[in-house]
Design a protein around this ligand. Structure first.
Ligand SMILES: [Zn+2]
Ligand SMILES: [Zn+2]
Length: 267
């Protein structure tokens, strides 16, 4: 469906009542609207009024679910009151949200968002206390439910959100074309592989057809891609796959590529 531009956001309806909101073609936020309430999955950097944008699509109460505690998924939380996050990412979340006023002055933020954040009063930003969300939680939106499953790997507290009615999974940074497992807060590859195998079974049993991640991609990931990912992780763990050293703004790691899928591990 056609994409609509709203300041730093690009909005596209990907299924009936489900909107993908790209922030500067970087982080992706998803708005899922039920009959009784709506859910926002992640809030990106949220540097302009995300609540106002959401209000153009629904006037129902909005619950925010964070797929994990990373800065590019949670900073927009301050526009909302009802916010959920897995307890294992809570310490990171608290640190990141406390440092917001520092982050907003960083040169790359000004480069990327300068024109849009001119009017933002950093001192008036208040983050709500996040509530815990964990394996087995179900959010009833009225007419559809969202199921929560833990998927430790990218971070300890990463979760995925499953919408069986629409055959969609929202995977944050946990199922993604370029997976980062090299961060300090990432788990060992074997932990991620266990998560991946378990989630593959859950998604398959739930009839999920499309996996939408928390960043830019042209197409959702289809379920068979998880077989490629499982195979790649097994080969990395057994030492069969050769990696190349890489370095980026988040640190150093070893990048592995297999059948069109990439992952950066610590070694
Ligand atoms: Zn992340
Ligand atoms: Zn991310």
């Amino acid at each position: 469906m056609a994409e609509i531009e709203r300041g730093i956001y690009f909005v596209e309806e990907i299924a009936k009542g489900i909107y993908k909101i790209y922030e500067q073609r970087n982080a992706a936020v998803y708005l899922v609207i039920g009959e009784k309430k709506a859910c926002l999955i992640d809030t990106a950097y949220g540097l302009t009024d995300l609540k106002e944008l959401v209000s153009e699509y629904t006037d129902l109460p909005v619950t925010v679910i964070n797929t994990h505690g990373h800065i590019d998924h949670v900073l927009g939380d301050h526009w909302f009151e009802d916010v959920y996050l897995h307890h294992s990412d809570k310490a990171m979340y608290d640190e990141i949200t406390e440092e917001f006023s520092q982050m907003i002055k960083e040169p790359w933020v000004l480069d990327f968002y300068g024109d849009f954040i001119k009017g933002l009063d950093v001192d008036s930003v208040n983050f709500p206390v996040s509530k815990d969300i964990t394996e087995g939680d179900v959010i009833d939106l009225g007419g559809k439910t969202l199921e929560i499953y833990e998927m430790p790997g990218h971070t300890e507290g990463s979760i995925i959100v499953v919408d069986r009615a629409d055959k969609i999974c929202f995977s944050g940074d946990s199922i993604i074309e370029n997976l980062w497992l090299f961060l300090e807060e990432s788990t060992e590859p074997a932990v991620y592989l266990d998560s991946l195998k378990r989630v593959r079974r859950i998604l398959s049993d739930s009839g999920i057809e499309k996996i939408y991640n928390g960043h830019f991609s042209y197409e959702p990931i289809a379920l068979p891609k998880l077989d490629t990912m499982v195979k790649a992780m097994e080969m990395i763990i057994s030492g069969e796959l050769e990696g190349v050293p890489v370095e980026n703004h988040a640190g150093k790691g070893v990048e592995y590529s297999y059948d069109g899928w990439n992952v950066i591990c610590r070694k």
